[in-house]
Design a protein around this ligand. Sequence first.
Ligand SMILES: Nc1ncnc2c1ncn2[C@@H]1O[C@H](COP(=O)(O)OP(=O)(O)OP(=O)(O)O)[C@@H](O)[C@H]1O
Length: 509
Amino acid sequence: MIPRLHLTILLHPQESRIGDRVALPEGPSEISRRTPDFHKPTQVLGKPLGLPCISRKPFFLIPRAREGVLVKRDEHGTKLRVNGVSLKQELFVDMTALSRGVVITLAEHLVLLLHFSDLGAVPRDLPDFGLVGFADEVVRIRHEIQQVADLDVPVLIRGETGVGKELVAQAIHQHGHRSRRPFITVNLGALPSTLAAAELFGAKRGSFTGATQDRSGYFVAADSGVLFLDEIGEAPEEVQAMLLRALETLEVTPLGGQRPVSVDVRVLAATDADLERDIQQQRFKAPLLHRLSGFELLIPPLRERPEDLGLLFTHFSRGVERELGIVPARDSKDPFALPRLPVALMERFVANRWSGNIRQFRNLVRRLHISNRGREVLEETPQISRLLDAEINALPLAAPPSVDVAAKGAKDAAAPKRKPRSIEENELLRAMEDASWEPKVAAEILGISRASVYDLIRRGGTLRVANDFSEEELRAAHQRCNGNAAEMSRQLKVSVVALTRRLRGMGLE
Ligand SMILES: Nc1ncnc2c1ncn2[C@@H]1O[C@H](COP(=O)(O)OP(=O)(O)OP(=O)(O)O)[C@@H](O)[C@H]1O
């Protein structure tokens, strides 16, 4: 098999939308992206573009050029044919570097990631199922989802924590016959064993202390749909026995109830545990494993597919900006803007072979955007350096400070919320700084409500909100910062949104 060179556009200088065109500084070259994702062909038209990092000669990227074929390998490096339609130029790159990914800048303002991938094997009609990435292993998973989604068999999804097991479960649900029926998630690791039976199978009023009314339980809630048993390896032994019975009989009896209730559920389960070892050590019931694994899907960790880092970075960047309402500080109409993501930073991601999981990577991207709020280019802030250094030392990252918005059901219910009183002034200050002084974002970081953040600001005495400043103070700051609201926000340690509103009210933009 000839390895192919794959080219990923990491970040457009101006995050263009479908059909937008971005002028390149050298001559009349143009780049247009036709689709919002990067799996589809990227058109690069026009004049030669400089490849300052690795090219020995200028080279053309031709329409629909997205891959090259390795044609020669010798002591000078590797010769690849960049060949979307026909051969136009050759590109020399270092083979070792290419195997871990090469980050380059095009015409100084477009960052690309080059690496090998066997794109020839991807069937054109294979849906992406919401899984970002095209590493061989991701393609295999997509293929397996396609094979199993519309069969009513139980599926066991295995992989380390935070690799995307729940995402895969959702994809199976959405592409199966039960897509219009409920998808209920229950995290067995978060279910106290004393309540497990009632939570799973329901309970009649008065059946135990605290059961003040009838409850139907997860199995009944998922009737005719899909029940996703997350962290199945964490299920206490008695819960395993109850689950096995329910799965074998497809009947559940609510606690304190007389008659069993029939249920029609497709069960998907996920675990990061070594269940075979747990069976040997008699911590997990072998029949339950057999019952759950009508089909098995194994999801590899991100460190085994670094070629997906670029796509995931872009995907999460968009999500974070949308979710937190962060507007990039750059002028979106400037086609000559610097790349949002500098090569040096992307190189850090690639060279480090990010050893954390996808959730941690998303958290890093989120922090990168928050701590760079108001800046045109994403820079490595001290906070990001700390996270990257922690990765180099392969230390696990701290749990994400914010609630996982993608997590559903029992997972959310179990997410810890903090007491505002436990937050010291220093921690508030750090969170506000990381949040670029935006209380909404600081609230996410701290795990408290926005109202509580305002409350802490008012009680603390170090920070103020925009409304606390006198007109005189604001006019002085406005003059000092030449009317730059982002700079004023940094100096006054106050939300740029609230500040702009105040300035507008005073007739100052
Ligand atoms: N291939 C992917 N493309 C885009 N987002 C992904 C991908 N894989 C995982 N994610 C995102 O990463 C986060 C973690 O994924 P998910 O919760 O599915 O992992 P998990 O394996 O179920 O984690 P846990 O073991 O902690 O339950 C989610 O926000 C998910 O949307």
